[in-house]
Design a protein around this ligand. Structure first.
Ligand SMILES: Nc1ncnc2c1ncn2[C@@H]1O[C@H](COP(=O)(O)OP(=O)(O)O)[C@@H](O)[C@H]1O
Ligand SMILES: [Mg+2]
Length: 203
């Protein structure tokens, strides 16, 4: 906040010295923002422990997530098509944490499509699991990066935290689920999360 106030003080000044100071302040501001993002990502990663799982419907969750995410996607030229299986059974889940998982996957997809592209989000029944599938037609992941992408702090982006996918995997595992990835460099990437269907306790 103090930085913002300093910038505000200098922003209308015509003096060369103030302009130079303003340039430096903008650099500090953007570095602070970057650190804030890393810290957020790290806290998010650390926070996923044992969860209180309640009955959650992934179709409802995806729909409400998209209400929130669509404007951002539109702005980035990303066309979202949801394919949600009707009558999808519930899973045992933590709503807020699952939203975070979707957000991380969509953010990565968007970063792989800097010029815009197509993002498909599917839900489907897969035996005794529900599958959540996120597909983009971005730049894809080469074999070397695919081998390391779930490592904490591994990133191919200059300003990446390398915590997005480790967090997604941790969230899937905290739901007794799995994550798999298929990717074709230059074509796109598909992430599949499988979470066990919620079977009501026998009475
Ligand atoms: N949808 C995707 N398309 C292409 N590459 C991806 C995608 N998702 C993840 N990656 C690769 O996996 C790496 C790790 O992702 P992540 O853990 O979210 O860290 P970050 O986004 O901070 O780099 C990324 O740097 C990128 O190389
Ligand atoms: Mg990421």
């Amino acid at each position: 906040m103090n930085l913002d106030l300093l910038v505000e003080d200098l922003v209308d000044s015509e003096e060369a010295r103030d302009r130079r100071m303003l340039d430096k302040l903008h650099t500090v501001q953007s570095e602070c923002h970057h650190l804030e993002e890393i810290l957020d990502a790290f806290l998010q990663f650390a926070r996923v422990g044992s969860l209180d799982l309640v009955s959650v419907n992934l179709n409802t969750l995806v729909t409400s997530f998209l209400d929130f995410y669509r404007p951002q996607a539109d702005e980035a030229g990303i066309d979202i098509s949801p394919h949600l299986e009707p009558g999808l059974p519930n899973i045992g889940g933590d709503d807020a944490v699952l939203r975070q998982m979707l957000m991380n996957l969509c953010r990565n997809a968007a970063e792989a499509m800097p010029e815009g592209g197509r993002l498909e989000i599917q839900t489907a029944v897969d035996n005794d699991h529900v599958a959540l599938v996120v597909i983009d037609n971005g730049h894809g992941i080469d074999t070397a990066a695919r081998e390391r992408m779930f490592e904490t702090f591994f990133s191919t982006r200059p300003s990446g935290s390398g915590l997005g996918l480790p967090t997604v995997r941790k969230i899937a595992q905290a739901h007794h689920g799995t994550i798999t990835c298929e990717s074709e460099p230059g074509q796109g990437t598909k992430f599949t999360i499988r979470l066990p269907i919620d079977t009501p306790a026998e009475s």
